[in-house]
Design a protein around this ligand. Structure first.
Ligand code: ADP
Ligand code: MG
Length: 530
């Protein structure tokens, strides 16, 4: 592999520790603005950066600043932001970048007791982030001293001007040491900003990232706004979406987490990211192409250069960083005259970013509602009806009519039909009395893999059971190594676990009526698939 984090961020001549921090953050490669700005800042230049929201500007200044901090005793960088929320966000991100070098970033904002801030400022902080007003407050109290400051950042400068901070900003800059570096980031460059740059910056280099964009016109584009993206995604997969599906996440960690989240909910998800060896990648792709995985989950980097035919849906589980990558992602569907669908999930906070993408590509991304739980049930019903209709149309079920005739002596025809449907949908579970928890209908269809037996255990999320609990108790009680255990699906009140056929008897003998996490459990083979 050539495209792992180390080499790609490493090309920017970064400290190994910082590269390690970026890897831990799940960054695979620098974004375009980062690639261009980091070397300029590391060379000691002032810089004006212009790029849209979500393009990674925080790390574009955070990385070179962290790299330039040598002394742990003094505050060496001030970052001005228009709002307190942004100050907190920037402090978090810069703090993560600096973590491995033990560099601390502190947000200061109104509404927090000033004493606590003063104490925090004295406790060994190298980077301070705040609104210009709050920063000035501390400067006037001499709780922030300017003589050790070597970097000043104006983040979202246009917004700061809109909010009337210009005088505070100038007041700070007038008092800073002359040999500092000044970095200014802004989505737009109105005249007042240019005059600030002339007055307070030294021969600044300009980096502007905005490119021409075209979009794939055959792709239908929708978005869903939700706070629970995993739940939303599952409902889509249950009700609306089927076919060859690629799901994009922003980071490697995101890919791994989503693979697990979908896996425990019973979907066959395969993940693809830069950490996999070529062999592993090939295996994943083979599975996906052959239809042995429901969904492929990938980062932008991992999906680059992948050639997969007939993708029906691209799902942006995380909204892309910029319009180019949006276009890139959705361009994987709707090829060769086929109609494709692109679905984007946003959290309420990301609405603005979606609007920016919409504007840049000049196409309306239509809002859609997620299916409700009722829709999910209704969809299952529709499936039954359509299966039934096709059997009726085949018209060769006469063998079964004699059964109906026999039963109709004691039951009505409608009752017989309804009971038969229940049996078809729920399998043998349909025969149990309602006291036992009825498994949701579709579980009967999730068969175990070849050579494996699927076991039903009557505890689940309600008992706070985790995958680890199941693996541990099978290892300790039944002496079955974790690597032999197949998929584990944990639901609210029960769990399915696949074990090799060869040890199935043993598992039943040892685990049934045994305890897991202090709960006495019942273990039995899951119902067969239809
Ligand atoms: P901007 O300031 O341009 O609006 P941010 O700095 O807030 O953008 O970054 C947006 C998101 O992208 C953040 O969640 C950040 O962690 C993430 N991000 C930044 N750079 C990278 C990268 N190189 N790879 C992956 N994610 C990144
Ligand atoms: Mg920003």
């Amino acid at each position: 592999m050539t495209n792992n984090t180390k080499e790609m961020f490493g090309e920017l001549l970064l400290d190994k520790k910082i590269v390690a921090a970026l890897t831990a953050m799940g960054f695979e490669e620098p974004s375009p603005i980062q690639r261009e700005t980091i070397p300029i800042v590391l060379e000691g230049n002032d810089l004006i950066g212009q790029a849209q929201t979500g393009t990674g500007k925080t790390a574009a200044f955070g990385i070179p600043i962290v790299q330039n901090i040598t002394d742990h005793k003094h505050i060496q960088a001030l970052i001005m932001t228009p709002t307190r929320e942004l100050a907190i966000q920037v402090a978090e991100e810069v703090g993560k970048i600096g973590q491995t070098r033990r560099i601390k970033a502190l947000p200061v904002y109104g509404g927090q007791p000033i004493d606590r801030q003063i104490k925090a400022l004295r406790s060994g902080v190298q980077i301070v982030i705040g609104t210009p007003g709050r920063l000035l407050d501390h400067i006037r109290r001499a709780t922030i001293k300017l003589d050790t400051i070597r970097f000043l950042v104006m983040d979202e400068a246009d917004e700061m001007l809109d909010m009337g901070f210009v005088e505070d900003m100038e007041e700070i800059m007038k008092n800073l040491p002359a040999d500092r570096q000044t970095l200014l980031f802004s989505a737009t460059m109105p005249r007042p900003i240019l005059s600030l740059t002339k007055k307070y910056m030294k021969a600044p280099k300009l980096v502007a990232i905005h490119k021409e964009i075209v979009t794939a016109p055959l792709v239908d584009q929708y978005y869903y706004e939700t706070k629970d993206k995993v739940e939303g995604l599952c409902r889509l997969l249950d009700v609306d979406v089927s076919g060859k599906i690629i799901i994009f996440c922003r980071t490697k960690k995101g890919v791994d987490e989503l693979v697990i989240a979908l896996g425990t909910r019973g979907y066959l998800a395969e993940g693809l990211h830069g950490d996999l060896s070529q062999n592993q990648r090939d295996r994943v792709m083979k599975k996906f192409r052959a239809g042995r995985a429901d969904v492929l989950i990938a980062t932008d980097v991992a999906a680059r250069g992948l050639d997969i035919e007939n993708i029906s849906h691209v799902i942006n589980f995380d909204i892309p960083q910029d319009p180019e990558s949006y276009v890139h992602r959705i361009g994987r569907t709707g090829r060769a005259g086929n109609k494709g669908v692109a679905l984007t999930f946003i959290t309420p906070r990301e609405f603005r970013q979606l609007k920016l993408i919409e504007k840049a590509i000049n196409i309306k991304i239509v809002r859609r509602q997620l299916p409700t739980e009722a829709n999910v049930l209704e969809r299952q019903r529709e499936m039954i009806v359509s299966k039934l209709q096709s059997v009726l149309e085949q018209n060769n079920y006469s063998d079964y009519l004699s059964i109906v005739n026999t039963l109709s002596k004691d039951y009505g025809n409608e009752e017989i039909a309804a009971a038969a449907l229940k049996l078809m949908q729920e399998g043998n579970k349909a025969m149990e009395s309602p006291a036992a928890e009825a498994a949701p209908a579709d579980f009967a269809n999730t068969g175990a893999r070849e050579g494996m037996v699927r076991m039903f255990i009557n505890i689940g999320r309600t008992q706070k059971i985790t995958v680890k609990d199941i693996i541990q108790s099978l290892a300790i009680e039944a002496d079955i190594p974790g690597k032999d255990i197949g998929s584990i699906n944990i639901y609210d009140k029960f769990t399915f676990v696949e074990v090799p056929e060869a040890v199935a008897e043993k598992v039943l003998a040892v685990m049934h009526r045994n305890t897991i996490k202090g709960y006495k459990v019942s273990v039995e083979p899951a119902r067969a698939r239809d």
